[in-house]
Every structure is written in C-alpha cells, then in structure tokens.
Design a protein around this ligand. Sequence first.
Ligand code: F6R
Length: 251
Amino acid sequence: MQVHIVPDAAAGGALVADLFEEVIREAGEAGAVLGLATGSSPLTAYAELIRRHRERGLSFAHSRAFTLDEYVGLSGDHPQSYRRFIHEHLVDQVDLPASAVDTPDGAAADPDLEAIAYERRLQDAGGVDLQILGIGSNGHIAFNEPGSDRASRTRVVDLAPSTIADNARFFRDPSQVPVRAISQGLGTLAEARRIVLTASGAGKAEAIAHLLEGEMTDQWPATALQQHPQVTVVVDEAAASRLTRSDTRHS
Ligand code: F6R
C-alpha cells in the first residue's frame, strides 16, 4: 500500500482528485467506472473535483459511477439517503449524467434481491476502475462491519452499534438512524482495479494503525485491503498518530 500523510484535508483532497483525474483521462471516451463513497471523508476530494471541472474543464461526461451502500428503508429522495448525498456533493455539480450513477435502492420491496441485482449491475458495467473509501472508527469499509467475510458480495447488513452511533450526527432524531444497509461486500470491493482510502482525525487512528500495521483479521475489515495490489491511503497527521513503524510513515 502506498501511504501519504498530508498536513490537512485540502491536501488530501487534491491527492485523491489527482487519482480520479488520471483514471478519467486514461479511460477517455470509453469512460471510467468510478466507485463513490458517502460520508465526511471524501468531501474535500469531491470539492476539488468540482473545482477542476469548473475551472479546468475536467469532464465526467463519459464516466459511470456506483456508490458503496444505501440505508435499507430510505428512498433515494430521502434527505439522509446516500443517493441524495452523492448527488448533492458531487453528481449535480459536475457533468456526470444522473442516469450514469447507480446506487442500491434502499426502498426496494425486497432488499435482498436488490442487493443481488446491484452486484450484477456493477459486474455488467465491467467493475470499478477507481474506488474511493472512507473507514469507520471500527475499521469497516463500505458497511462491512467487524466479522464480515472477505469473500462477501453486495448484501443486506446489520449496522454495528458504533456505526449507528457515529451516523446519528446526520439525523435530527437519533432514533431514526437506520439499522440495516445494502452494502457492497469485501469480495466486491477487492475487485476494484484501484482503491484510494482516505481518513482524517484521531477517531480513525486505531483503524488506520490496524489497516497499515496490523494483522489481517475479520475483526478489522479494512485489513482485507492488505491483499489488494493497488491501494493508496491518504491520511492526516491525527489519523496517522498511532502508526509506529517508520516504513509506514515514510512509504
Ligand atoms: C460510506 C461508507 C462508510 C464511510 C465510513 C466513514 O458510503 O460506506 O464506510 O466511509 O463510515 O464515514 P465518514 O467519512 O463520515 O467518517
């Protein structure tokens, strides 16, 4: 894994945006398949991509995108749905056609079937060229909570109590935080051709230490990325504060 420790979130966003720009330019008119995450971590990267679109003409017109996950029970137009989030923070501000952005349907009558169908749509698109990930304080990636199988595919998952607590900040009434999600699996994520994981703040330091210096274990799901050949990790000093090996700090 390639590790970048950056001074602040803006510097991290610029590095991540560089990777997106490279993948989009390499794909040309064939179009890149972008894997998008929601939550706070990717926001500076999305802001930088929007800036490059407006000021430098970076175009997403040929790209397609798939999001990682969606809350079960929320329709795509619910203010807290991840579909709404990704439209607000990226899609609606660049020239990525709304019809080219796929998210699991959290309001599907049968969420298990929707999970299988979403996995198939992703495969049919040829898989993801570049996936951006955040990481949970408990080490989850997408909503693969501790104990998730490394071979798992898109499915309905129960959110861990710590994830429900972490996500409560986005809901006016904490009792409204959904407890289940449709999430890409660890096996699904492993097939992305490139991955960039970004994290900031001391709350992520333990998870980042496990990811970069710990044993591979299903108790820290992000450690599954240790097997992936093309992972870039972009963290600020606070998220890197529990790294102890000098080779990780300087890789
Ligand atoms: C979001 C997702 C989650 C978040 C993680 C970190 O689509 O799947 O894994 O990336 O919970 O969230 P933030 O970035 O809000 O700290």
